[in-house]
Design a protein around this ligand. Sequence first.
Ligand code: MN
Ligand code: MN
Length: 309
Amino acid sequence: MADYTFAFQTSTTHAGFLKAPSLEASPDAPYVIAGIPWDGCVTNRPGTRFGPYEIRRSSHMLCDGTHTLWPVSPLGHIADAGDLTLPNTSLERMREALMPQASALLAKHHMVWLGGDHSITLPLLRAYRAHHGRPLAIVHFDAHCDTWTDHFGEPSGHGTWVHEAISEGLIDPRLTVQVGIRSSAEKSTAEYVRDRGGLIYTSRDLRGLVNRTQLQSVIDEVRTRLAGEPVYLTLDIDCLDPAYAPGTGTPEPGGMSSSQVLTLLEEWVDLNWIGMDLSEVSPPYDHAQLTSNAAAHFVWTYLCGRVRG
Ligand code: MN
Ligand code: MN
């Protein structure tokens, strides 16, 4: 295999997520983290190739205690596979290289993928679709609907994957839930998922709804819709307001708070999650690790929910 270990793939030479052991040291870990340091498909500001490294670094302050809702820690259940070995040449070459590595990992472990721009989610969904043998349910946190049908003249990018995943039968549109959507878009793009039977909660729908009581109808509607289905979680950090997550390539004002996202992740803990990715953390635009801290905390919450017993 070609050596693609350039300077940006520094994750693999540092302590893993929560300082977890490497996958080599702990090959049977049920939960595994892997980085996808790719930003070849950003449309505005680049930098998400540095995301996995910085999310891991931020996670290191979470490794000395248990969660406050569920008294557990993921440590002892997780390993870190480092970053996937990927070329930064073209989207096609990156996805070709990603597929066999991702397929092998998700066949054996419950995976958490650290992006990377959001174009990583399409090949991951192809791998999950093949593994599960059926279209998946998905919960998609994002400021953007990612249902555009072209990427500035190219067929695929970081804003097209939802449209592609539905067209390819990777996800069931009736089992697709979008949360935090607010960017400008044509009506047919913005309502693409709803027009095909899915659920959209825009950040306007969620204004002022933060705690469990306030969010109860959203929590219940999604729980009922996705009960028993294999659900994939994709969390674009720009779902958060830029006040909470300035370090991202396409920030959109008027977004969610960290508490809103955490309430939903906590209340949806009993869904049948099959894996997750966290995309679009762009450390060059971050301040005081605000964005990578939020990302690390969301991943930690997801993992604590999985190992809570
Ligand atoms: Mn996105
Ligand atoms: Mn986005």
